[in-house]
Design a protein around this ligand. Structure first.
Ligand SMILES: [Zn+2]
Ligand SMILES: [Zn+2]
Length: 536
């Protein structure tokens, strides 16, 4: 049996593991790579996925970093079943369509830029809404704990991962040559005590455990501190009559923030005249799906609902559906809370809200979820002084709040608690879905605590699994991490600089107006060089 890591290997996004067993080839998750340009280019590497050769796909949960490339597979010939839990299936019905809409809008904007600059063929969208609709027809919902046999010799069972509505850990039993090998994919593991959904459960152990490690290097602050920090952000911008912008995933995180605001309102910590906007057409539909799956909520949430209190309702709350309504929020003066997606500020309406508010000293930007490397959100969390949005450099003057206590992911100690009952003497532990530093820290803690060595595969790595052992591992480092040729780049800049120096005496004889134009170009070059040096 073979497994290849096509994403979420030494990174957080792009979860996709392709397995070859029992003469079949199938994937666990098929997520979008999110981050800077270099990371997102992996989305176009369709040939690594070989969509037409996939017999089926199993999806752990609806987040785009686990599901966002499904329509791309379909647009390249994948026509086989996609299995996931019932709630995941419903959420994916709206999320993939939304993702396709974002792809189409961004391609349209790029096409306009190409036209204005007189450039050639603009890039096509990664996939379209039609591809998302065709994907929708392939879903087959499976209940938690119900064993599924997608192909002879391969059995799959979903267990609650406590991360978002419908989220699952996936356990596979693969029977080859009369021997059964078990593989457990943790999916994203929820934070115990999170609002709304139930806590993660402990699945039966397995020969191989593929475990997420997003927060492998740290624990979260507790939730009451986080609610206090949210109240502080609100009070700060309310006093300055500016907006509080909360980038949040439309699914789960938005609903959790509404729960928190509901709690603040009941404690008298939310000003009565403060408008709240959920500016995401997806969020309103997601909230409807939440209402249909109350059986998946934790006991506390169910008892609040049973008492007749609607956790998602607030007197000043408005959902904005159309683009015109969204723009009207920015035209409005005075304080307001704006919850919008995407959660990592790399796409969607949130980018417009940032452009209108981030340069205002009284505004607040409140991060409540994980920010992947390379995203605008990550730059802001790391205190960038300037960010680039829609090709424009914008100064960051707003106050940035990072509140980790709302995280949908387990922190380090919670990951260890999830893992502890699953370890057997011969368990092979593989860490995925984490940045390298977090993974190495977690691996060290696991070694010290349990005496178990963890494997940390790299992007595109292929492992051969034989019974309970990893018998071979092949990396494709040159392809996975193409080397940046710094010497070549630097010598090119030096060569051109010398050409410029050689012509300097001629420049001084040019008309003054022409010299001023050249001076402006030179100023821009100097600015970009200074910015490059500042980033080193
Ligand atoms: Zn997730
Ligand atoms: Zn994830």
């Amino acid at each position: 049996m073979k497994i290849q890591f096509l994403g979420a290997a030494r990174t957080v996004t792009g979860s996709c593991y392709v397995i070859e067993a029992c003469g079949r080839r199938f994937a666990v998750d098929c997520g979008m790579h999110q981050g800077n340009k270099a990371v997102e280019e992996r989305n176009s590497e369709v040939k690594s996925y070989r969509p037409q050769d996939l017999d089926f796909i199993l999806v752990t949960h609806a987040h785009i970093d686990h599901s966002g490339l499904l329509p791309l597979m379909v647009s390249h010939g994948f026509k086989q079943p996609i299995y996931c839990t019932r709630a995941t299936r419903e959420l994916l019905g709206i999320m993939l369509l939304d993702s396709a809409h974002i792809q189409e809008m961004e391609a349209l904007n790029e096409a306009k830029k190409f036209k204005r600059r007189g450039l050639g063929e603009p890039p096509q969208p990664l996939y379209t809404q039609e591809d998302a609709q065709r994907t929708d027809a392939l879903f087959q919902a499976v209940d938690y704990h119900t064993q599924l046999e997608p192909a002879a010799g391969i059995r799959a069972t979903f267990y609650d991962a406590g991360h978002i509505l419908g989220s699952a850990s996936l356990r596979l039993e693969i029977c080859e040559e009369g021997k059964t090998t078990s593989l457990l994919f943790s999916g994203d593991i929820g934070r115990p005590g999170a609002l709304i959904v139930r806590e993660s459960e402990t699945p039966p152990s397995a020969d191989y455990i593929f475990m997420e490690s997003t927060y492998g290097d740290r624990d979260h602050k507790n939730e009451s501190t986080s609610i206090g920090e949210l109240a502080e952000a609100i009070a700060f911008s309310y006093a300055k009559k500016e907006k509080i912008i909360i980038p949040a995933f439309a699914v789960e995180r938005t609903q959790e923030i509404l729960c928190c605001l509901h709690q603040l309102a009941s404690e008298g910590k939310l000003p009565d005249d403060l408008p709240i906007f959920v500016d995401s057409p997806l969020a309103i539909r997601a909230s409807e799906i939440f209402s249909r799956h109350r059986d998946l909520f934790d006991e506390k949430t169910r008892s609040i609902l049973a008492s007749g209190d609607d956790i998602f309702a607030l007197p000043n709350l408005r959902y904005t559906l159309t683009a015109a309504e969204s723009q009207a929020i920015n035209a409005m003066t005075g304080p307001a809370i704006v919850i919008s997606a995407s959660g990592m500020c790399n796409a969607g309406r949130i980018k417009h809200h940032l452009r209108h508010n981030i340069w205002k000293p009284g505004a607040s930007i409140v991060f409540v979820g994980y920010q992947a490397v390379g995203t605008v959100g990550r730059k802001l969390v790391e205190q960038a002084k300037k960010i680039t949005l829609f090709g424009e450099d914008i100064a960051v003057a707003a106050k940035i709040f990072t509140i980790n206590g709302f995280s949908g992911h387990a922190g380090q100690s919670q990951l260890l608690a999830w893992l502890a009952p699953l370890l057997k003497p011969h368990t092979n532990l593989v860490l995925v879905h984490g940045e390298e530093n977090a993974q190495h820290t977690l691996a060290e803690v696991i070694k010290a605590r349990f005496g178990v060595d963890a494997t940390i595969p790299e992007y595109l790595e292929e492992m051969t699994l034989h019974g309970a052992d990893i018998t071979a591992s092949v990396t494709h480092s040159a392809e996975a991490y193409p080397r940046v040729n710094w010497n070549f780049l630097a010598s090119e800049v030096e060569r051109k600089w010398q050409i410029f120096r050689d012509q300097l005496k001629d420049i001084e004889h040019k008309p003054w107006v022409d010299q001023k134009e050249l001076e402006e170009s030179m100023g821009k070059m100097e600015f970009y060089l200074a910015r490059l040096i500042a980033r080193l």
